[in-house]
Design a protein around this ligand. Structure first.
Ligand code: SF4
Ligand code: SF4
Length: 123
């Protein structure tokens, strides 16, 4: 049976170092959600990725994501796919030490349903 990792909304993954890469479509959605033009959104909220090949969300001076407000994501309805996919569809060795998601043994059907709910993806 598959294991679904149930997010506890601890926001640790919004605070650790790294980068949230953005696709063009995500920039379009985020800009519309913030009521900005894409150019204004890019100037206000993005930076180059480390490889300088794409755009990523800026960090706050404290290192957390620019859109983390207290314990909430300010762009939750349109948050980037990278955020939606963690920790079930991507994670890294040792991430379970920082991520408080609870592992749940579920049926194949429930796994697919829950993945669709949190990521919008169809497996
Ligand atoms: S966009 Fe939202 S979910 Fe993604 S890292 Fe920033 S605050 Fe967290
Ligand atoms: S995915 Fe993990 S680290 Fe991120 S908010 Fe959920 S429980 Fe916390």
């Amino acid at each position: 049976m598959p294991v679904f990792l149930e997010c506890q909304r601890c926001t640790a993954c919004c605070r650790w170092p790294g980068q949230v890469r953005l696709t063009d479509a995500e920039i379009t959605r985020l800009a519309a959600f913030k009521g900005l033009t894409e150019v204004a959104f890019i100037q206000q909220f993005t930076r180059l990725t480390q490889d300088r090949r794409a755009l990523a969300l800026q960090d706050q001076p404290t290192g957390e994501c620019i859109f983390l407000e207290g314990e909430n994501c300010a762009v939750q309805p349109v948050k980037p796919q990278q955020c939606r996919d963690f920790p079930n569809l991507w994670n890294f060795p040792g991430s379970e030490k920082f991520c408080h998601a609870v592992p749940r043994l579920v049926s194949d059907v429930e796994y697919r349903l829950r993945i669709a709910q949190v990521t919008g993806r169809t497996l």
